[in-house]
Design a protein around this ligand. Structure first.
Ligand SMILES: Cc1cc2nc3c(=O)[nH]c(=O)nc-3n(C[C@H](O)[C@H](O)[C@H](O)COP(=O)(O)OP(=O)(O)OC[C@H]3O[C@@H](n4cnc5c(N)ncnc54)[C@H](O)[C@@H]3O)c2cc1C
Length: 218
């Protein structure tokens, strides 16, 4: 713990979540979760039918633009250094998503509200919100320090109950599952709690049987 104290526990459930990494463009940190958005499923409805931008820079950004397009007919893809293939351009064009190749210099904010993005050329593109597909970085230092096995992509492996490769250590939510949302993370926590309780009961039974065997008449 922070204060240096040690806590003893028979089982551990780690639910430390993840960090969102996105291009470090002036204004992004201040607007994150307000009008710089990540999830179309969480926020798409709130900004529907308005001019929306999708910030490139990660491999999944183009797919993200197609998801955002479900919420507005006025969507631009801000490539921001992403090298688009001819096929990607054709697919964006087919759905009426404009592409702006000039890099984004900053988010434009007026009266505590995003009003657009300024490109390096100085041109301002008016927008009501910008979506970005962040890179998810799990907060899993504790799990990896304990020796939990990881997948090829570096994420800690947990089974459907959250059990890791280290006996007694469980994990749930975004710490091990980048796709988890609130309801999923809570569900995984519940599944892990049930599995942990079963594991504790199993251990208690084993101990009771062993103790009982010691007291049996020979
Ligand atoms: C801007 C934004 C909007 C979102 N909107 C929605 C939405 O509308 N609907 C939806 O379903 N999902 C939404 N999500 C996703 C949702 O927030 C996550 O999927 C969910 O919170 C994951 O839950 P979790 O318990 O795994 O992690 P978290 O909720 O991230 O909780 C992890 C906790 O662990 C703490 N922690 C980290 N490291 C340590 C440590 N070493 N020691 C102690 N504590 C630590 C963190 O401070 C945090 O409190 C949104 C996410 C973002 C960023």
């Amino acid at each position: 713990m922070d204060g240096g104290q040690s806590l003893r526990a028979r089982r551990v459930l780690v639910t430390t979540g993840l960090r969102d990494k996105f291009p470090d463009i002036p204004g992004t940190r201040e607007r994150w979760g307000r009008d710089l958005l990540h999830c179309p499923y969480c926020h798409g409805h709130e900004v529907r039918d308005q001019p929306l931008g999708v910030l490139g820079g990660t491999p999944e950004a183009v797919t993200h633009a197609h998801l955002v397009r479900q919420w507005s007919e006025d969507v631009v893809f801000l490539a921001n250094g992403t090298a688009l293939t001819a096929d990607q351009r054709a697919r964006l064009d087919a759905r009426g998503i404009g592409v702006i190749d000039n890099p984004v210099a900053r988010l434009v904010v007026e009266d505590d509200r995003l009003t657009g993005v300024e490109l390096e050329s100085g041109r301002v593109v008016p927008l009501a919100a910008v979506f970005v597909r962040p890179r998810f970085v799990p907060n899993d230092t504790l799990l990896t320090a304990l020796g939990c096995a990881t997948q090829d992509n570096g994420w800690v492996i947990a089974d459907v109950t959250g059990r890791t490769s280290v006996p007694g250590v469980w994990a749930a939510g975004n710490a091990v599952n980048p796709r988890a949302q609130v309801i999923t993370a809570a569900g995984e926590g519940s599944a892990a709690a049930i599995a942990i309780n079963n594991d504790l009961v199993e251990e208690d039974v084993l101990v009771a049987v062993t103790d009982g065997a010691q007291h049996l008449p020979v």
